[in-house]
Design a protein. Structure first.
Length: 104
């Protein structure tokens, strides 16, 4: 059994960030590109739907600035944000996944 006495500072930083909420509009500003042909709000709703697993119709009911969203959504969006950042690191090959990395 492996027991770590104290996490390193970077691990502590990630754990602290994981606990911070990320509001829907902040998530959209960070991850939604403005596409004039599509419309920003529609693109934002689709991005939120993809990140949360909820339907776009449900997200539309949260209001213009998504302020009527359920209380758990900012924490779910923080997790999605961290995964998006991780994905970018893998795509840019700054992180190389081992061959046996979560295959199922």
């Amino acid at each position: 059994m492996f027991v770590r006495l104290s996490p390193n500072p970077e691990e502590q930083r990630i754990d602290a960030i994981r606990q911070l909420p990320l509001e829907p509009m902040e998530y959209c500003r960070k991850w939604v590109d403005i596409d004039p042909a599509r419309g920003y709000r529609k693109a934002c709703i689709n991005a939120l739907a993809q990140a949360t697993g909820l339907s776009p119709h449900t997200i539309k009911d949260w209001g213009t600035n998504f302020d009527r969203r359920p209380h758990y959504i900012p924490f779910l969006l923080r997790q999605a944000d961290l995964l998006n950042q991780f994905k970018q690191l893998v795509i840019s090959q700054k992180i190389i996944l081992p061959p046996n990395f979560l295959t199922n």
